[in-house]
Design a protein around this ligand. Structure first.
Ligand SMILES: *[C@@H]1O[C@H](CO)[C@@H](O)[C@H](O)[C@H]1NC(C)=O
Ligand SMILES: *[C@@H]1O[C@H](CO)[C@@H](O)[C@H](O)[C@H]1NC(C)=O
Length: 328
């Protein structure tokens, strides 16, 4: 049922993007995002990093270059050509792309269609590169090159509940592997939900909510999604300060890498889910206690969380405070 909830969220998002935003508005969002991308050298080196981790022996066989969208009539694309040079040990294949994600997905395209390789999650076959010829013997592409345009501006990835089912147990190495996989698959709009409790802690401490009261609010690591969505509170907790700090540091690494690769990470924001203690501090705020939803036998120690009405001015204030703390 949680999956249904997050699907619903996505459905709202896509209906919003399709109806509220006309194509002009989409273009203007894209222009704004493009103007904030990491510098070309940063993206080229991030794409090189993906190659080095994937195929270290071939790190000199490919040359990567960020190019303007003019190459593809204003769209995102990658272009694969044979590298022309008479130098010995020169690169063999040149991959140009409008972002590092386009370059990495071009690399994946080349390895898949020209070398018969397979790159996926471990559970769906993992990385199978035995068919890739040795450096110096890579297959050429057709003389005019291969140009592939991205058919839609964004490729979104992640279910909001996966945070606590899977990612919460991951260290940086595991994240790096997943972000590499995202880039190779052309994902450019990934969810970045790690460490949000550390931000909420800062926000609510500013509202004089104590650490103990927050312990009664945050769910434990395996139940983050349930607590974030207001289905339960405190269950499986509390979260230690050390854990919160580590998650926040991890989030900063995740975001940096996503940005270096030219992705647009999707950050969390405020849904109205608040600690019970907020009602004491703002007695006149419109805060409703929710009913039990599939949790811990309706035990009020863990069930029935508090929701601040989106029409209450405090909603906007807390929502802004969260974004301010997050971008700081
Ligand atoms: C928090 O407590 C401080 C010190 O008692 C007080 O000045 C401040 O107004 C309080 N903030 C809120 C949001 O209640
Ligand atoms: C409180 O919030 C609920 C839910 O958003 C809304 O239906 C209700 O009208 C609000 N009450 C007041 C007094 O604003």
């Amino acid at each position: 049922m949680i999956n249904l909830k997050s699907w619903f969220l996505l459905a709202i998002l896509s209906v919003f993007l399709c109806t509220t935003l006309g194509s002009d508005a989409v273009e203007s969002v894209l222009r704004r995002l493009d103007s904030k991308r990491a510098q070309s050298v940063v993206q080229e080196s991030a794409a090189k990093g993906v190659l080095q981790r994937l195929l270290p022996a071939h790190s000199h066989s490919f040359e990567f270059k960020i190019v303007s969208k003019d190459l593809c009539g204003g769209r995102s694309c990658f272009r694969i050509t044979n590298y022309k040079s008479s130098r010995r040990n020169s690169p063999e294949i040149l991959i140009q792309g409008t972002t590092a994600v386009e370059i990495a997905s071009g690399l994946h395209w080349y390895l898949k269609y020209k070398c018969g390789a397979h790159i996926s999650w471990d559970k769906t076959g993992g990385v199978q590169l035995a068919s890739v010829p040795k450096p110096g013997a890579l297959p050429l592409v057709e003389a005019r090159g291969v140009t592939i345009q991205r058919p839609v501006p964004w490729n979104y990835y992640q279910n909001v509940v996966t945070s606590s089912y899977s990612y919460v147990w991951w260290d940086w190495q595991r994240w790096e592997k997943e972000i590499d996989w995202m880039a190779l698959q052309g994902i450019n709009l990934p969810l970045a939900f790690t460490g949000q409790e550390a931000i909420w802690q800062k926000v609510f401490l500013d509202y004089n909510i104590t650490t103990q009261e927050l312990n009664n609010f945050f769910g434990g690591p395996a139940f983050l999604a349930w607590a974030r969505m207001g289905n339960l509170h405190a269950w499986g907790g509390p979260l230690s300060q050390n854990w919160l700090n580590i998650q926040l540091a991890l989030q900063k690494r995740i975001l940096s890498r996503m940005q270096e690769l030219g992705m647009t990470p999707v950050l969390p924001s405020f849904s109205g889910n608040v600690p019970a203690a907020l009602k004491k501090i703002f007695p006149s705020a419109n805060i409703t206690r929710l009913g039990d939803w599939n949790t811990v036998s309706g035990d009020s120690r863990w069930c029935c969380t508090f929701l601040l009405s989106p029409s209450d001015p405090l909603f906007i204030e807390i929502g802004e405070a969260f974004i301010q703390k997050q971008i700081k």
